[in-house]
Design a protein around this ligand. Structure first.
Ligand SMILES: C[S@@+](CC[C@H](N)C(=O)[O-])C[C@H]1O[C@@H](n2cnc3c(N)ncnc32)[C@H](O)[C@@H]1O
Length: 180
């Protein structure tokens, strides 16, 4: 995994933290022939990690700032096997050919899952920090016939204090994997 500090970052656009990227990449079980869509690419943290491990990535986000940041990070890490597309995933997915999906942005998630199902996508990984979104994503995936497994990951980072080290907890993230 690339350390968070090596990415170009903007405070307004949260990057998926290194440890969460590591588990998410594991759940995607990528191989060199995979073509992956990154839905809600944000700062491009996941886009870069996915692209390094597969054939091609489509990175989608409706925010111009996110698109620009993703492009900057792709350039920084010299990633060429990626197309960055600005727009709403639900309007774009039907025009793309891919076999796995990573979901980092959850606006209109019901429609997105419906499209992924109709396109015959058999391997999806989604991340969310919002409890209600986790429930919604799990229910929608199961309603669309996927076998779902969710893990909730809490990462704590060490901090040096005068008497030694302490751990500072980050918010838990739910990582949902759907296959069939
Ligand atoms: C938490 S960020 C993703 C972080 C990213 N995985 C990273 O490592 O930097 C969520 C992003 O999803 C985008 N987003 C949410 N719903 C979307 C949708 N339906 N279509 C396209 N982009 C979406 C938001 O604009 C935001 O930039």
């Amino acid at each position: 995994m690339i350390p968070d500090s090596e990415f170009i970052r903007k405070e307004r656009i949260p990057i998926t933290k290194e440890e969460i990227r590591a588990v998410s990449i594991g759940k995607l079980n990528l191989n060199k022939d995979d073509v992956v869509v990154d839905i809600g690419c944000g700062s491009g943290g996941m886009t870069v990690e996915i692209a390094r491990r597969c054939k091609f990535v489509y990175a989608i986000d409706y925010e111009e700032e996110a698109i620009n940041l993703t492009k900057q990070n792709l350039a920084k890490f010299n990633i060429k096997n990626c197309q960055v597309i600005m727009g709403r995933a639900e309007d774009i997915l039907n025009n793309l050919e891919f076999n796995k999906a990573f979901i980092g942005g959850t606006k209109n998630i019901e429609r997105i899952i419906e499209i992924l199902n109709k396109k015959g996508i058999n391997h999806i990984v989604a991340n969310t920090i919002v409890l209600e979104n986790a429930v919604k994503i799990i229910n929608e995936l199961e309603n669309n016939g996927y076998n779902v497994e969710a893990v909730n990951i809490s990462v704590s980072y060490s901090k040096k204090i005068p008497s030694g080290h302490m751990f500072l907890a980050k918010n838990p993230i739910t990582i949902i994997k759907a296959v069939r």
